[in-house]
Design a binder for this molecule. Structure first.
Ligand SMILES: N[C@@H](CCC(=O)N[C@@H](CS)C(=O)NCC(=O)O)C(=O)O
Length: 208
């Protein structure tokens, strides 16, 4: 069976989400780097696969799938790992995935982008992303101080999704030692078989 091809950039948080899922699911893949800083996302041949010119993207046979959350759901279904087994379980996973993109990862990822100089912005805008991230972290802490995992009482793609933002929290200036529930859950994710940091799960060079 042909392997999935994973299109990504090593410093992209949403790319890490997919790279981590592929690693934890032990799914083999071919890899192409999309050189975002030199405009690789806007090349017509890449936009034919990824209509918004963004990473991550995966190609499976003649289909391409974009948006990291949609890719995680697809991979969970394809591999039978880290997903829900019926509509209600999948809905409980999606509660966290949609919340992540609404309330947590924009604040975490944008704060990181401002700190590392990938983005420039007025201080009021930077502060508002910080406030959003702190509100998201407080909500996450409230759940994880009472629960080992986000949904279904076991690791799912919801944990993979949210973890990828939490991994970069320190880069965004957030001190996770203030959040013991999140810190303990983070260690549980990092103990899962196949776990890797971004450099472990997103190859540095293309591979077939
Ligand atoms: N919602 C998207 C966000 C993807 C995204 O923001 N990717 C960034 C890199 S971190 C990108 O490709 N930026 C280039 C652009 O938007 O032109 C997802 O989860 O896949």
């Amino acid at each position: 069976m042909p392997k999935i091809t994973f299109y990504a950039h090593p410093r992209s948080g949403p790319s890490y989400r997919v790279g981590l899922a592929l690693a934890l699911m032990k799914e083999p893949f071919a890899f192409e780097i999309v050189d975002l800083p030199s405009g690789g996302g806007q090349k017509p041949e890449y936009k034919a696969k990824s209509r918004f010119g963004q990473v991550p993207c995966i190609q499976d046979g003649s289909d391409t799938i974009i948006q990291s959350s949609a890719i995680l759901e697809y991979l969970a279904e394809k591999t039978g790992k880290f997903g829900g087994k019926n509509a209600i379980e999948r809905a409980h996973i999606n509660e966290w995935m949609f919340w992540d993109f609404d309330r947590l990862c924009p604040g975490l990822f944008r704060s990181r982008a401002y700190k590392l100089g990938f983005r420039k912005g007025e201080q009021a805008v930077i502060d508002s992303y910080k406030t959003d991230a702190e509100a998201g972290l407080a909500a996450l802490e409230s759940h994880l101080s009472k629960n080992e995992w986000l949904a279904l009482g076991k690791p799912t793609i919801a944990d993979i999704s949210v973890y990828s933002g939490i991994f970069y929290a320190a880069d965004g200036g957030f001190d996770l030692s203030k959040y013991p529930g999140i810190s303990a859950w983070k260690a549980r994710v990092e103990a899962l078989p196949g776990y890797g940091k971004p450099a472990d799960v997103i190859p540095a060079v293309p591979r077939a």
